[in-house]
Design a protein around this ligand. Sequence first.
Ligand code: C5P
Length: 279
Amino acid sequence: MDGVTVQAPGKVNLRLLVGPVRADGYHPLRSLMVALDGPADRVTVAPAAQRSVTCPGIDGPDNLAWAALDALERAAGEVLPPVAVTIDKVLPARAGMGGGSSDAAAVLVAADRLLGLDFGAQRLEKAAAEVGSDVPFFIRGGAQWATGRGEVLAPASAPAFACVIVAGAAGLSTAAVYRAFDDLPPPPPDDGAPPPSGAAGLARWCRNDLWPAARSLDPGLAKVHDLLTSAGAAPALLCGSGSAIAGITATADEAGAIAERVAVALPPARVMRAGFPGA
Ligand code: C5P
């Protein structure tokens, strides 16, 4: 069999509520995650004489894709035939869009198919949780409530929306953002409000408790946020732990108009368009 190629999309967290750090160093979350239609990495897994991971910037064992193959092998309980993973990177790194986690999930799905393991979603999600907190989400996609450290999932409803995503000039380390969160006053409690039924309600409902921490590490993010809101985004929302910021709109036309407005002030390569079909 030739290689298996899988798309690896990005995500935004429409709500990311963060609790006080746990004894294991992770933070308890309650987050509404949605997988985006838009820019996506392409992950190919092919038979090979020995294992390799080729990805611009992060080759080999440092890539989460390598950890994904290790986790698959542990789940299989036997040594698996070696594979070559090739990742065509489109999503920005250290942006909070889950690119690395999505690539790792795509490796699990593609290797499972290539090697005829037939694990099914549940076993793949279990292996994914060993790779990283966000990886199980990308096995499922769609809209999911994520709790625990992000690995406990339940299907969610979320309205359709479009968005303009601005990648930060520099990325942010997830661990550093969570450490900065620990040094700031705790966020307000969860109001328990359900997601709105239409995109118009997102401006009031969306919330990311990591925003003050990300802004403290990269003060330039406030400017991008203000640029997006003054161009009409409602709301402008930090993606995960940053440093990308999503400007949310009801329609793709509105997102296009905002993209044109912000492209005047920012390098076009940092401005991406995406959307969510609703769930
Ligand atoms: O799970 P993952 O390896 O992606 O997490 C990266 C880092 O982000 C963790 O080492 C931890 O510092 C932080 N993190 C956290 N709480 C979470 C998820 C991640 O503190 N729920």
